[in-house]
Design a protein around this ligand. Sequence first.
Ligand code: BGC
Length: 855
Amino acid sequence: MPAAGLSMNCRSRSILACATLCLALFGVEPYAAAQAAAANSPRQSDHPSKQVAHPSNTQLADPSLEGRVDRLLGQMTLEEKIGQLVQYNDTGDASAVQISKAPQAANKPGAMDALNPARAKSVNTFQLAATGRLGSMLNTVGAERTNTYQHLAVEKSRLHIPLLFGADVIHGYRTIYPVPLGLAASFDPELVVALSQMSAEEASTAGVRWFYSPMVDISRDPRWGRSVEGAGEDPYLGAAMARAYIHGYQGDDLSKPGRVAASVKHFAAYGAAEAGREYNTTDMSEITLRQIYLPPYQAAVQAGAATVMSAFNSLNGVPASANPFLLSKILRGEWGFNGLVVSDYTAVMELTHHGIALDPATATRKAITAGVDIDMMSHFYDTQLPALIRSGQVPMAVVDEAVRRVLRVKFATGLFEHPYAEGVEVTAAVAGHRPLVRKAAEESFVLLQNDKLASGAPLLPLSLASKRVALIGPLADDAEQMIGAWSGAPNLHDTITLRKALAERTQQLGGTLLYAKGTEIDDPSQAGFPAAIEAARASDVAILALGESSRMSGEAGSRTSLDLPGNQQQLLEAVAATGKPVVLLIFSGRPLVLNWAAQHIPAIMETWFPGTEAGNAIADVLYGDVSPSGKLPMSFPRAVGQEPLYYNQFPTGRPPTGIDLSKPPTGDSRFFSRYIDVPNDSLFPFGYGLSYSTFSYRDVKVSRTSIPLPQALANRSTPLLEATATVTNTGDRTATEVVQCYVRNLGASIEQPVRSLKGFERVTLLPGESKQVSFPLGFNELSFFNLESIPMIEASHYTVWIGGDSLASEEASFVVVSPEGKNHSARIQQGRELTNGSNARQKHGLPPPSVKAST
Ligand code: BGC
């Protein structure tokens, strides 16, 4: 549960190288030399735990900073040390004036106090701040408020150590951009850097210098509401996005104005909550953990993330917030993480609910010795640590090291020099930031379907001849819903709804907008249907804005149904029955099941929750000022029962090769890995998204077709080969395509996914223009984890696909050969059909592909 203050908008609070390709390696490096450099089998020294990890953040490892930490630590009492490890949120309702005069009332009891009753009675954050017994705060909103607390800490406390203010600024502070899942659909890390920098600049004017972002949990199951907060199901895309957030927030110097420390969350594997139920157990093999779930966290740490948040969930029986394997062995040991770890909200206390600690003292000991430095909201470190240290159950050195980590971040962020909010506080959406968040929203939209009408032209972009436009649906004119879960601190009147934008646009074009809400997001009443049907009848085209409320995803937003909520499906069918062309806009924080719509509605676009410029961005795309370019970061299922459904699945021993899965099984087609009632594949696959133009791919090639195994094992940082393709804009307008590169490895000792994303690039092409796109492939892209958790490459066969989605069909292949010349390539056919894009697409009635494979 996050704190009051900055918020998910459902709560009271609203925070409010690739390396250069080394051609010399391509077959030129003498084989003997390579052989000398590497053995054919992985070395024990290859194990991640045996690698020498360098400090992940050089600023935090600066010796002069360490000197300051030493001097300060030497002056601190035990109580002051523990204070640095304690974090509370600002629960007082008193104004800044009141709080500076009077002690704060005890926190008000609320639902969370039932979970953690001790906290409600005895915490006075003002007193704690003034006496050096509080190190950081979460979700304190506004410069006046943060400064009030900071004055207490800096002026009243004995050692004048400033507080660090953290907040859930997830997709914008005042100027809001698309929810992270939508942003991931842009496949545009540079855009994410720019947006993150923008929100850091805005929030730091209110004294916030620490973001609980990015959330990099892989989510393969859209029932889990927090899918909306991450980059979806793929580790490669997730890692690229994770790096981008860190660079955007932190830049190259945490102490510069407008920079904030990032907190990578939730470490680790929180997104694998069983059955998609929030806070639920996760249980997985170490290979899956390392290969699928860990890469985005690792990428963020390697990019220099200053802090990490430990997760709520248990992993293989050990809660993540008391998990030495995750926090000590992997995070600090293997990855060299030298920042601080903060627990998630009351996660230390929750160790008692997990049943691995029967009392607060044990929970505290387990959390801090596993590597959790700051206790967020449990009220355990401050109450339990003194006795634990006196009794020797927690060594003083453990506390000292945790305090050091906190102080390092405070020194590195320049907090001692600049403790107060600086500059003109940003209190509303910034006009100069609107173009960037509008562009972000436009790039996030995914055009799922765009059928041709009788005229022969696709429904989108809208024809200017369509003068009377009906706008229908509960999400057409609701500013709050446009913002999405984890809203930052927006002013709702800053937000442009679709109704507002389309009213202006239709007027400029000499047309009329006919608006009817039709129904609520989740309400059985059909009282609004007649007006909606009437508006559609009177129009040339009907635009339906349907989907989820922002509260239906985000934290504690798990759903068992992925259908349109309430009676929106009935409204959709009633409007479609008028015979008018319908454009369906889906607002959601997760993939929904859209089977009926895919069969009956000509144009469908996923718009997620687009942010402050929602309406303008949607209008830009509807009217064709911008061609959609987003691609799905999560697979859209045909039925909720398929979940978890993800494209990079493992093969099975019974692939339903050549079987029509759209029909129930007969005797011959039954005993395969399949359902009897729904095809196996997704309705709209990962990586999929249409454009107003079309693209073709040809000449998919690899620069080498054979790589000696010793060479593959020896070169860890330079590419081993390059995969290329020529992509052509075959349509009649300039458009952007996200070119994607997928790899499959067959013949190794451990089975590998049917395909995995290993590269992507946004390419903008004029009509008729072609471009050759290259993807370097090296050890990182081609290796997998073996049973000893060693990343390795074996003599085996690789297939590479380059295209516009995860069903791309243009391929090339190469082999890695052992010195004896074996490559197992004879056994590569198994399961190939599972990934054959064009066949699968046609067979299961998918809309026409965005990419026409050319031969
Ligand atoms: C969430 C975190 C969030 C924290 C602080 C928790 O409930 O899981 O993502 O950062 O609250 O608000």
